[in-house]
Structure formats: C-alpha cells, structure tokens
Design a protein around this ligand. Structure first.
Ligand code: XMP
Length: 511
C-alpha cells in the first residue's frame, strides 16, 4: 500500500490512479490530516505537487514532513512540490525564477534504477514556478532539464532511498512516467496484488462481518452505475432485507424513469418508486442559487429516505459515494475550497446521519473501478454506458431562476442532444452531453414574428473520471443537427450555443 500525501496539487488523483493501474493499492491523505493515519501501515510515501510554495507551508506541516523524511524509514518519492520539500529539508536552496510549464526535455546525469527503461534524454511534463539548487553532498543529482533545472534527485536517509522528481510522472505527457512509477514500486518491492475483483470480495467480506445478519437496509437507486453497484452489494449482504428505492424527483431526463426501472428489474432489484416530483419542484421554484438547490434536494431526499427507514425499521442506509466525491467534497481536504457540494456527500444533513448507519462500499474506488465491478456483476450495458447524471438532476442545469418552463426546455433540449449523438454513433464516445438553460434571451424571428426566446447552451465533454474534462470537438454537421432540431421543436428557444471551455477552468455542470 502506498500513501500519497496531498498538498493540494491538481494531479494528486492521477498519482493514486496510476499506482492502482500498476496493481498496487494507494490512498490519498490531505497533508493536514497526516496525524490521522499510521504510516507504518504503508510500504512507501509519495509527496504530491502543490499550488503552495515550500516557503509558505505552515511550520507544523514542515515539521511533519521533516519527521517522515529524517526519522521515518519508509521509502519516499517527492513529485514537484514534494521534490522541492525533500530537497529543502535535506539542505538544498529553494529558488524562484526557474519556472517551467509544459513539455520539457530532461537529461539523465547519473544512472539509477528509477530510470530503468529510460533513454538518456526524455520528454517530461513540468509545471512549477520554483525549484531547488545548490544541492548538499548528501543529495545525488540524477537528472536536469534542458534549462539546467534540477529535475531528479536521490538521497539515502536512514538506510532507505528517497527520491524527488521535479516533473510529473503521473501525467501522460511525461512519455515514460508510468515506467518511472513502476520502477519506484519495484525498488520498494511493492506487492502487486490490487485487482478490483479482489477488492469487491474484500468489501463483501469486510462489510459482511460488520453488519447485523437479518438487518434491514435501504438503498437509493438512480439507475446510475454507482448506486446500481451499491445496491447489488447491498443485495449480496442483506438479501431480501434490502429495500431499493427509486425517487422520481421530477428532475429526471426524458424517459429515464421507465428505462431505469426496467434495467434494475433485470438485475433483480425491484425498486420501490416514490413519485415526488411535486414535492421537490414546489420547493425549487423561484430559487436562483444552485448550491441552495442542492441543499434543498439533499434535505428532501433525506426526508423521504428517513420516512422509509422509519416505516421499515431499517438499520442501514447504503450510499454510492465514490473516492472523488469524498475528496472533492472536502472529505480529506478540509482546508481546500469545496468546489461543489455534491449532494450525496456534502448535502446529507447531520440529522439524517445520526438516525441510521451509513454504508459506503465504494468510498475508496474510482469510477472506472466501479465500472469494472459492474461488468463483473453483469450490470447491463445500458447502465454501464449511460452518462453520469448528477443526483440533483436537471436542477443544476438551469442557471438563474428556476422555473417549470425552463425545466421543460432543458429536458426536451437534452433529449435532442442525446438522441442526435446516438444517431451519429457518438453517445458512448463522450463523457456527458446535455443542454443548459439560463435567463439570457436572444431575439428570434420565427415565422413572421419577432420573439425573445431562451438561449440553450449545449455542453458535451470528454473525460476519464470527471475530475478534468475537455469539450468535445463535435463535427459541425452534428452540432448543426442539434441546433436545428432544438430551435425547430422547442418554440421558446431562439439560439443554441456550444460550450467550448474545458475543465479546468470551467466545471462540467454550469452551476
Ligand atoms: P463538475 O460540474 O463539478 O462535475 O465539474 C463533475 C462530475 O460531477 C457531477 N456532478 C454532480 N453529481 N451531485 C452529483 O451527484 C451534484 O450535485 C453534482 N454536480 C456535478 C457532474 O455531472 C460530473 O459528472
């Protein structure tokens, strides 16, 4: 097991994923929560990148890192900021004015097993404003960049190897980055035993020991892959004592309810359907703030589930929370800003948590790992390939004031976006595709009359895990078809725009 200390770097998740792809289990801990973990449980520690400068790191955090480096005995790899931190703690000088961004060529000066399989000169990805220089004798300079910046170092401290690399081996642009991480795992003799399949069995064994036999459990199912897999795990654990509940909050995509219920039935999950459209929408009408909508929806979900839990005397509630949900909602990143409070994590009110035991079997898994388990469990393709859909549904695709009218436009336009992509064979090639409706208007001429219609923004993105995303370079004729169909069939729309900003800086959903 590898522990990744997160100093707030944008690629920390990628490090964890790459290590897991190399079949070694890895976990992320936010640097301020380091005192909560036992480093002895891990085989090695990786220090991540950061938006911080080593000099601005608070004293406690520097002291913790110093202890891990100087007093600990776990092999270390510092990446970018982590590399500078190691260098600084070993006595190198921190320097500014040596920034490098993007592809850079790096030259190896001293061979080392960390660079097995690398040529003398390779392309690496840099993203730093500071660097280390004036290395003390205890540090070996392994490589430098074409700009003569220290690119890789090694030291032996307490009889174990400590490495630092200024570049990012976890991003694909570092051509042999994966090989470097694999070499590091080889150096520390990490056991390659991480397989999603084993983890599924581990979840069932672990939870099986924890839960009361014959206990009643409730799970919310949405038809999404996370909740479906969670429900199947619940079924394995609780058998027919599991009650799966599908809440129709009136914010679903067109035809979604029928499709979801029939797919779930095929899996033997016959969900109880709660028809709650009016209940939700009456509370949302007139609201202008998406975060407030998330809170209202989370609260209403909790109330519905709490009524069912009470009525059925349930002891457990299962949630399909995944690893990025936990991290993005501030689970381990208390100090980092909460970008959006994804309702299934941040929005669960405290009063609900106190009422029932919450089980989150997927909390350490990434989406693609959940997908793998889904395949293993025979989840139908229509669920596995379905685009992710936010828990608060179309409520987060309406910007400005929330009205029933805009909801209707959003639903119909989104259906057209999905249909056209399907017809052109593009649906499963993209991560998400939908329509957004705001308050801006555009003057239109439909027939002979001038009208002030809505502007619909089409958002189609490609992504691996939703953490970063690129807007999809959809062919013009497909965009043209989407645009024409929307303006022809939805009377109140007079303009269709295409969102051409990636994440970051934008998020995927508009609010
Ligand atoms: P953003 O918009 O944060 O989206 O770039 C990243 C992924 O998260 C989904 N998303 C949500 N999922 N509740 C959810 O369950 C939410 O409130 C929520 N907001 C965004 C989004 O669809 C994308 O897949």
């Amino acid at each position: 097991r590898i522990l990744i200390v997160d100093y707030g770097g944008q690629y920390t998740h990628l490090i964890a994923r790459r290590i897991r792809e190399l079949e070694v289990y890895s976990e992320i801990v936010f640097y301020r929560d380091l005192n909560r973990v036992n480093i002895e449980d891990y085989d090695a520690v990786i220090l991540s990148g950061s938006h911080l400068s080593v000099k601005s790191l608070d004293k406690d955090a520097v002291e913790t890192a110093r202890k891990i480096l100087m007093e600990g005995d776990k092999p270390l790899l510092g990446i970018c900021f982590g590399h500078q931190l190691i260098g600084y703690l070993l006595g190198a000088k921190l320097s500014t004015g040596c920034s490098e961004y993007g592809r850079t060529t790096m030259k190896i000066l001293s061979s080392d097993e960390l660079f097995n399989g690398w040529g003398n000169s390779e392309v690496v990805w840099m993203s730093h404003g500071e660097c280390i220089e004036d290395l003390p004798d205890s540090i070996t300079l392994l490589a430098e960049s074409e700009n003569k910046v220290v690119a890789a170092i090694k030291a032996v401290v307490n009889n174990r190897a400590v490495y630092g690399v200024q570049f990012h081996p976890e991003v694909h642009h570092t051509v042999k980055g994966r090989r470097l991480l694999d070499n590091f795992l080889g150096i520390i003799n990490a056991k390659k035993a991480w397989r999603t399949e084993n983890y599924y069995r581990y979840i069932i064994d672990e939870l099986g020991r924890e839960v009361t036999r014959n206990g009643v459990a409730v799970v919310g199912v949405s038809g999404g892959i996370d909740s479906t897999v969670t429900a199947l795990i619940g079924k394995k654990l609780f058998g027919d004592k599991l009650i799966s509940v599908f809440v129709d909050h009136g914010l679903l995509r067109e035809g979604e309810r029928e499709l979801v219920v029939s797919s779930l039935e095929k899996l033997g999950l016959n969900p109880l359907i709660v028809d709650a459209g009016e209940r939700f929408i009456s509370k949302l009408e007139g609201s202008t703030d998406c975060e407030e909508r998330r809170r209202v929806i989370g609260e209403e979900f909790a109330r519905i589930f709490s009524e069912i839990i009470e009525k059925e005397g349930a002891e457990y509630f299962l949630q399909g929370t995944t690893y990025p949900d936990i991290i993005e909602s501030g689970g381990t990143r208390k100090a980092a800003s909460v970008i959006k409070s994804h309702h299934n994590v941040g929005g669960l009110p405290e009063w609900f948590r106190g009422r029932v035991k919450i089980l989150e079997p997927l909390r350490f898994l990434y989406k693609d790992e959940v997908r793998e388990i889904a395949r293993l469990l025979g989840v139908p393709r229509e669920i596995i390939e379905r685009h992710p859909f936010p828990g608060p549904g179309l409520a987060v695709r309406i910007t400005g004031i929330f009205t029933k009218k805009k909801l209707d436009v959003c639903r119909r336009a989104s259906k057209i976006v999905e249909d056209v992509l399907g017809e052109y064979g593009l649906y499963s090639r993209v991560w998400q595709a939908f329509a957004v409706v705001g308050d801006d208007r555009w003057v239109g001429v439909k027939g002979d009359a001038r009208s002030h219609g809505y502007i619909v923004t089409v958002r189609i993105v490609e992504s691996v895990d939703g953490m970063t995303a690129d807007y999809s370079k959809i062919p013009y004729d497909v965009l043209d078809e989407i645009s024409r169909r929307i303006t022809n069939s939805i009377q109140d729309v007079t303009m269709v725009t295409y969102a051409i900003t990636s994440k970051p800086p934008s998020t995927i959903e508009p609010c």
